[in-house]
Design a binder for this molecule. Structure first.
Ligand SMILES: [Zn+2]
Length: 573
């Protein structure tokens, strides 16, 4: 019997004895007898083998593990995590600035796939890559359901994040006592948002989105409506208008006076607004078309109001821009207020941005410009930045644009990190909900994430039970397969009916911008999903982002970090 075996058996006996084992039974084998030649090491049951292996470790065995690169990377990660916990500023109010990034529809699978695509674009295998916010020190999960819906929408979820109060699907800035679409139920059910509190506290405020600025996510920062679709007066019923409800675009332009009237406080209005959605601000009259209008009549307003002109009149020192050249000319140190509407509807997908008629900035450029204007206030600022079109690309069943917009958001977050001080700025990155988007099969390491599954050790695509190749990425439902080649506008898929189920992809290049993944269930638009989303945070108070939370907790993290309610109360009184 060799020394190792004797040692392991000695340890086994010790462990069994310590566990209250039957000493009499153990003694029958007399395992510590040096003269026992019987190979009794095979006798212990399966359950008893772990202590043997544990006891069998030698220093040289441990050294093999500790020199392993994965082991060392994890070990230094623990050191960094401990340092982050020690260094974090935990006091209420320590965050002078708060930036909330929302990747609309950016579920966990979207983050993973975008991380891989971004890595592969940089000539890495891809899986080992990290998006900018994945390096943030604290993260947790958010439960996204709305009060009346298992799978949520952006209106209810963003209201929860901005106010700390979960509410119904489809409503903006109001609590669950609302009846969707019923104007008479709005009064008294309005919530106060983090942006409004920051405004009352004297901070600068900003809202940026690549979607229409009146769309659900940005709207939930500044407006209160019984229906997310009330983007302009043309979207509202006569009944709702007669009952005194205002459309979302009008609420944005009148934000300052409406907040003053509601709370009897003095505020100076939102400093930075940038996004798409000009149509809700202009009269339904071709003579008001912008130079880059795509529709014959750009504006949608039926009340004749030109809200862009109203904004310019109210804020004579402010700057209104509608194209890349105007945006580039903005000097942030000498611009007290900035209003940018770069498209009549949503801004372009990042991959399609070059096709915009008058040119429009990237989400990273808008983020940097917004911070440049907002950080001129020594009381700090609140900024919400939404990547609104990750969601739209998924709805269209097009992973290419969803992932490229996610990468663009990652770059915007890095721009925020680069242009703020970590000791005074809380940055939170999250999503409102996920999508029915999956990463599947058993593709080998480094396999193109937009490609067909090639198994470990193989060079040709694997085939399914139907004899045809299949992609790693796919959707449970939606419009399904399209092969639109170089088309960079995901929404081109809506021109045809849903085409669900399996297709022969043998001769299809699934990595092109215009490829739309197969879907199982035919629907006119792919749907949101109901699972949790990630929350990533850095800066003062970010240690509170931990565990699995109701989505409304995000407001409370921001409120603790910047002490918004107390500061608003102190300023108002
Ligand atoms: Zn959506």
């Amino acid at each position: 019997m060799n020394t190792l075996n004797k040692l392991t058996l000695a340890m086994l006996v010790a462990s069994l004895t310590a566990c209250g084992g039957d000493n009499k039974k153990n003694n029958t084998t007399d395992p510590v007898d040096d003269n026992n030649e019987t190979p009794i090491v095979d006798k212990p049951s399966i359950d008893q083998q772990a202590p043997i292996e544990e006891a069998g470790l030698t220093k040289s065995d441990i050294a093999v593990s500790t020199e392993n690169d994965w082991y060392k990377a994890g070990e230094s990660g623990i050191t960094a995590a401990q340092a982050n916990v020690d260094a974090i500023i935990k006091e209420a109010g320590a965050a002078k600035n708060v930036i909330l990034f929302v990747g609309d529809g950016m579920g966990i699978s979207t983050i993973t796939a975008a991380r891989i695509l971004d890595g592969q674009n940089k000539s890495m295998a891809g899986e080992e890559n990290s998006l900018s916010f994945e390096a943030f020190p604290f993260s947790g999960l958010a439960k996204t359901y709305n009060v009346d819906a298992q799978t949520p929408d952006s209106a209810g979820t963003m209201t929860a994040m901005m106010s700390g109060i979960k509410t119904d699907v489809g409503v903006i800035g109001v609590d669950e006592d609302i009846v969707r679409g019923d104007c008479s139920t709005v009064a008294g059910n309005e919530v106060i948002t983090a942006l409004e509190l920051a405004e009352i506290a004297g901070k600068s405020t900003g809202v940026v989105s690549t979607a229409r600025i009146t769309h659900a996510t940005p709207a939930a920062t500044y407006s209160h409506a019984a229906d997310r679709n009330w983007e302009d007066d043309g979207d509202m019923s006569t009944e709702a208008k007669d009952a005194g409800c205002k459309d979302i675009a009008a609420q944005l332009v009148n934000f300052e006076s409406e907040l003053q009237n509601r709370y009897g406080v003095s505020v100076d209005g939102i400093e930075v607004v940038m996004g798409g959605g000009r149509r809700s601000f202009l009269p339904k009259d071709a003579s008001f078309n912008s130079t880059d209008a795509v529709s014959a009549v750009e504006g949608d307003r039926t009340d004749g109001r030109n809200l862009v002109e109203e904004w310019k009149t109210r804020y004579s020192t402010g700057v209104y821009v509608m194209d890349q050249a105007g945006f580039d000319a903005v000097d942030t140190e000498n611009t007290p207020r900035l209003f940018g509407l770069f498209n009549e509807s949503h801004m372009q997908y990042e991959a399609d941005r070059g096709n915009d008629v008058a040119g429009e900035p990237s989400i990273a450029e808008m983020t940097e410009k917004a911070i440049g204007v907002l950080d001129n206030n020594n009381k700090g600022f609140f900024l919400m930045v939404e990547s609104g079109r990750i969601d739209h690309a998924h709805h269209a069943g097009n992973a290419y644009n969803a992932l490229n917009d996610t990468i663009a958001l990652s770059e915007a977050i890095q721009a925020a990190v680069d242009n703020t001080k970590p000791e005074e700025t809380l940055i939170i990155v999250t999503a409102d909900h996920g999508h029915v988007f999956t990463i599947a099969g058993y593709p080998k390491r480094g396999n193109p994430i937009l490609g067909k599954v090639v198994s470990v050790g193989a060079t040709e695509p694997a085939t399914a039970s139907d004899g045809m190749p299949y992609t790693t990425l796919g959707y449970t439902n939606g419009l399904g397969f399209r092969d639109l080649g170089a088309e960079t506008d995901a929404d081109a898929s809506y021109s045809a009916a849903a085409d669900a189920g399996r297709k022969d992809l043998t001769s299809v290049d699934t990595t092109t911008p215009g490829y739309h993944q197969e879907a199982m269930i035919p629907l006119g638009s792919e749907t949101h999903s109901g699972e949790d989303v990630g929350i990533f945070a850095m800066g003062p108070g970010s240690h509170l982002v931990t565990g699995t939370n109701e989505q409304s907790v995000i407001f409370h993290v921001m409120n603790h970090a910047a002490d918004l309610v107390n500061k608003a109360e102190a300023t108002a009184n």
